[in-house]
Design a protein around this ligand. Structure first.
Ligand SMILES: *[C@@H]1O[C@H](CO)[C@@H](O)[C@H](O)[C@H]1NC(C)=O
Ligand SMILES: *[C@@H]1O[C@H](CO)[C@@H](O)[C@H](O)[C@H]1NC(C)=O
Ligand SMILES: [Zn+2]
Length: 491
């Protein structure tokens, strides 16, 4: 299906959907995401192929040191200490700013170069007290999480009758009179995150157009043990901003069954959420500077985001991704592997509220971006068992990346997939033709935990983090050191 066919919405769509991990504004269909083992379709010049293969001993050395040598277990240990020290790192909180201060010192301490922060103004939406209860046909608490940036309910909450719909089409088939003043509960069939998330993103706006008092949305997840999943949404410009929250998959399905039997449902919803003045936070930067090219040109970026949701501790989203990114740079430095071009670790702030941190960085660097950046690598779709890289870029760059992945046998991570999923921050560049990649990993359970209290260190695995950090280090080193710039077609 086409998510963002209307040009007028494309920009907003890109911005808002990016923050939901990995959605590109194009034909969205999981079938087109090919997971292909290396094939031989590419005709790279023999000289370049030989040059790429000359890096095999360096890949072997990185793999050996990170998997079995002095760095084995280090990424997990450092990440778990960080997570246990700072807990949730939610936008607008002191914990996030403390975590950023800590990382700024840490990157200096381990020897990264040009360590600094760059200001970024991010939304500051705080949920406050919130609750939902089924009133009719029987009393039952409904665990819920407000969706940013939802407004509060009127003081004392809303008590209203419920309309359950499975789709926007079903909502639109109802008269406005049937919806006015009601709580609309969206219970879409789970297809995939990319497809089903539109109910969280647009549900409140569509319900508001019909005069609804509030919207509740089935959490955007394929599997549940009673957890609501948080998230961000978009209020369309010309609608009343009604309160909106996610409820559990279990409760949403229950409400749908009751409603289909024709039994009246009443829900009480109370939310005290509030949007405060936008908050000045910081993106954190540290480098391994190139030995040949100007240090601020043709940079290879490795990145993940430091901020998390206020529920869970963001070990998966995106502690693991942020840590493999900067650890990769630390390991290269400590192995004295300095490439021709600069490798820059960026730890984004404010990704969860609509990719705000990376958005400000992109705008701040827009004037120089063509010369400044050569390649972007991000991890924000899990650090489960690494499989390889998920690529965005033209067919020439694709062939270079496929050839580089052939060297990753010591990491058992030689798979190539495209188009890229899971690069919400770097999509600000890759959607315009800059080449990039995200960590391809065995993340079929990612959306079980995403934006819930279940996002904890229990999901992370020391061996997989080592392999992922080694894959990022080896890939970034080769790309940053090759005699050619990464091919691209900028738009
Ligand atoms: C960054 O933000 C802080 C706090 O608002 C401000 O004091 C500082 O001047 C800003 N730095 C830059 C370079 O804009
Ligand atoms: C290599 O990766 C494949 C695909 O995930 C997996 O089935 C296999 O067990 C892995 N082998 C090793 C030695 O880790
Ligand atoms: Zn994330």
């Amino acid at each position: 299906m086409i998510l963002c066919s209307n040009r007028q919405w494309q920009h907003l769509c890109v911005v808002i959907l990016l923050s939901f991990s990995a959605v590109k504004c194009e034909v969205i269909d999981n079938e087109i995401h090919k997971l292909a083992y290396i094939d031989d379709e590419c005709e790279l010049p023999d000289k370049l192929r030989k040059e790429i293969h000359s890096y095999q001993p360096i890949v072997n050395k990185i793999a050996d040191e990170v998997l079995n040598g002095r760095f084995a277990g280090d990424t997990y240990n450092t990440l778990s200490e960080f997570i246990d020290t700072f807990g949730p790192r939610y936008s607008g909180t002191k914990s996030l700013e403390n975590a950023i201060d800590f990382m700024n010192e840490k990157l200096k301490e381990v020897g990264l170069e040009n360590v600094h922060t760059e200001n970024a103004t991010i939304p500051n939406w705080q949920r406050g007290f919130e609750s939902a209860q089924l009133v009719q046909p029987h009393p039952q608490n409904l665990p819920m999480l407000g969706i940013g940036p939802s407004p509060a309910t009127p003081a004392g909450g809303i008590v209203a009758d419920v309309v359950v719909v499975e789709s926007f089409d079903e909502l639109n088939s109802l008269s406005d009179d049937a919806v006015r003043g009601k709580i609309v509960v969206f219970v879409p069939v789970w297809v995939s995150y990319e497809v089903t998330v539109e109910y969280r993103v647009f549900g409140a706006s569509r319900a508001a157009r019909k005069g609804a008092a509030a919207a509740l949305i089935r959490s955007i997840a394929p599997f549940s043990i009673g957890s609501p999943h948080a998230g961000w949404q978009l209020y369309e410009d010309d609608v009343v901003q009604i309160p909106a929250a996610c409820i559990t998959v279990e409760d949403a399905e229950m409400l749908k069954r009751i409603y289909r039997r024709g039994v009246p449902i009443t829900i009480r919803l109370e939310m005290n959420a509030k949007s405060f003045e936008p908050f000045v936070s910081r993106n954190t930067v540290g480098e391994l500077q190139g030995h040949t090219y100007p240090v601020d040109k043709k940079v290879v970026v490795l990145c993940g985001h430091l901020d998390s949701w206020d529920v869970g501790v963001g070990a998966m989203d995106d502690g693991g991704g942020a840590f493999i990114s900067w650890k990769a740079v630390e390991y290269l430095k400590k192995l004295n592997l300095r490439p021709a071009r600069t490798i820059r670790a960026i730890l984004w702030t404010g990704e969860e509220p609509a990719v705000a941190g990376a958005g400000e960085y992109q705008r701040g660097h827009a004037a120089t971006e063509k010369e400044e950046f050569n390649f972007f690598i991000e991890s924000d779709i899990g650090t489960f068992e690494p499989l390889g890289l998920d690529f965005a870029g033209n067919s020439d760059a694709e062939c270079v990346i496929k050839e580089i992945l052939k060297l990753m046998t010591p990491l058992n991570a030689t798979s190539f997939a495209t188009p890229m999923q899971g690069g919400p921050d770097i999509d600000l560049w890759t959607s315009r033709g800059f080449p990039g990649a995200s960590l391809l990993n065995k993340n079929d359970k990612y959306f079980w935990f995403h934006h819930t209290y279940g996002d904890s260190m229990l999901i992370e695995n020391s061996e997989y983090l080592d392999k992922a950090a080694a894959l990022f280090a080896a890939s970034a080193y080769i790309i940053a050191d090759l005699s050619i710039d990464m091919p691209r077609d900028l738009q």
